[in-house]
Design a protein around this ligand. Sequence first.
Ligand SMILES: *[C@@H]1O[C@H](CO)[C@@H](O)[C@H](O)[C@H]1NC(C)=O
Length: 331
Amino acid sequence: MNTNNPKRKVILPLHIDTTSFTGGQTQSSLWRKLNKRQLPIFALLTILFFSLFLNIIQHNNQKPSNHPEIFSSHDPLPPVPLTENHHAIIVAGHAIYTGPDDMEQLTNDKYWILEPYQQGGQVNTFIQHIQKGIDILKEDEKSALIFSGGETRPDAGPRSEALSYWSIAQQLLQHDNSMSAQLKSSLSDRMITEEYAKDSHENLLFSICRFSEMTGNYPSQISVVGFEFKRKRFEDIHRYSIGYPVDQFHYIGIDPAEKDPSRAEGEMNNSVRPFEKDLYGCHGTLKQKKMHRNPFRRRHPYGASCPILAPLLNYCPSNNAPYRGPLPWAS
Ligand SMILES: *[C@@H]1O[C@H](CO)[C@@H](O)[C@H](O)[C@H]1NC(C)=O
């Protein structure tokens, strides 16, 4: 390298070969030149290489496995409770219930914090999503049910979508006469909340980490319960963007009974197309939406609890390239 370029040889000390130092003449003239003209450059290069070296060392130290201080050693966790479970059932939240623990009131719009387009009929469907999640949970005793959704509405106060769905699930369980108290309690033990998601991409990704926090495993099966009109978004965009295998992913769609053609169009305009162009929801309108849905300035802890997912959680490509880093599931 650079053997036919003696000037270059002098400027870059790393490229000085040992023969340069064997002849006294060459050596002394070389060092004289270096001293007179190149010393500042030599000094700068030395500093540059040294700082690069330090950077590399520091970067290596920042790998989560070498960084125990991101977990507080004064904040120990109890043992993982649900180690037998491998199937994650995810019910994505859409709004927040603020009403009493009263079955009669669950479908009353006035106790829900709703977007204008959700008023007049969607609430019944939210309850059906929760019930469907419970039904699947009952069918598969190796499953855990995750209600996912953050503190997304200022008018609900710091109540999360997830917790409000969970409390409705408790109501539905309590009033289900087909189950023994023992079965109800065992189902309830397998219900989890994920309280940070601000959009559907986060519903999926954050719930997977939450599942891992509670089971010690990443799910080998995922069932997502949501609106039928959001199927394409979950199956083709969100599942794809995290490289989760198609054959281990199931979407269960339930739509409101009344047909509304503007729904599919709105889904296409406001979600499918934006997410297709911005798979990780981290630019433009999707990013704005997430900020708007975070009035309480909450931030998820999942980079620390699922360090293998940290690069994916932080991934925001400018060219919309899908994530290709390591993942705890085969893709
Ligand atoms: C969807 O976008 C098209 C084209 O911009 C527009 O004509 C239509 O009204 C939009 N529909 C909805 C429901 O947003």
